[in-house]
Design a protein around this ligand. Structure first.
Ligand code: COA
Length: 167
């Protein structure tokens, strides 16, 4: 049987321990994982596209359990990227019922665009079910401790952003 390649897509602004949990779960099941750092038309990210790709790569390099995972920046449609990479599966995390409607909408649209790609949903560890990139940014920029929610390299990148902002 040929290897099953799965994409784990997201804006990753920034990547959090919740995303990492999903990537690790997917890694146990699929032969190859590509983390697809993409663009969400509805978001104004804190980190640029290039910064998000670089930061996600750094996170993968610094976590042994993620070794072997590829990270790619994706411009354009996710399903087109999936086709180019011969990926048949897209994995997303479902934290709560509130994620469902948004995910359902994306799943139907992706299927409409490419019937070949199957969406698969995984539940993160409960302690990450309340986590989001926005909440991490909010806590950090208001002086809170985010060390339990993101890896050290992400904290460093956030500190850098903060000092750039302060000029
Ligand atoms: N743990 C923690 N947080 C999680 C999570 C998890 N397991 N799963 C989702 N989240 C959070 C994220 O932190 C993020 O929080 P935020 O809204 O505060 O930033 C939010 O849930 C979802 O963001 P993320 O996981 O980064 O992905 P996204 O929903 O922004 O991703 C794309 C959407 C990029 C996959 C989608 O826009 C896409 O496919 N873009 C490419 C273009 C395309 O094909 N468009 C058509 C799509 S139908």
């Amino acid at each position: 049987m040929s290897e099953v390649i799965a994409l784990v897509p997201g804006t990753f602004d920034p990547i959090t321990n919740g995303h990492i949990d999903i990537i690790k779960r997917a890694k146990k099941i699929f032969d190859k994982i590509i983390v697809a750092v993409a663009t969400n038309a509805g978001k104004m990210p804190l980190f640029s596209f290039e910064e998000r790709v670089e930061l996600t790569k750094k996170v993968v390099e610094t976590d042994r359990e993620l070794w072997g995972v590829e990270v790619e920046g994706v411009k354009g449609l996710l399903v087109d990227f999936a086709k180019r990479e011969n990926a048949k599966v897209v994995v997303r995390g479902l934290r709560a019922v509130s994620d469902f409607e948004y995910e359902l909408q994306m799943a139907f649209m992706n299927r409409r665009l490419n019937e070949e790609v199957e969406m698969i949903y995984m539940m993160p560890y409960i302690k990450y079910s309340f986590l989001s990139s926005s909440i991490v940014k909010d806590v950090f920029f208001n002086g809170g401790d985010i060390s339990k929610f993101v890896p050290e390299v992400v904290i460093e990148a956030m500190r850098k952003k903060l000092s750039e902002r302060r000029g």
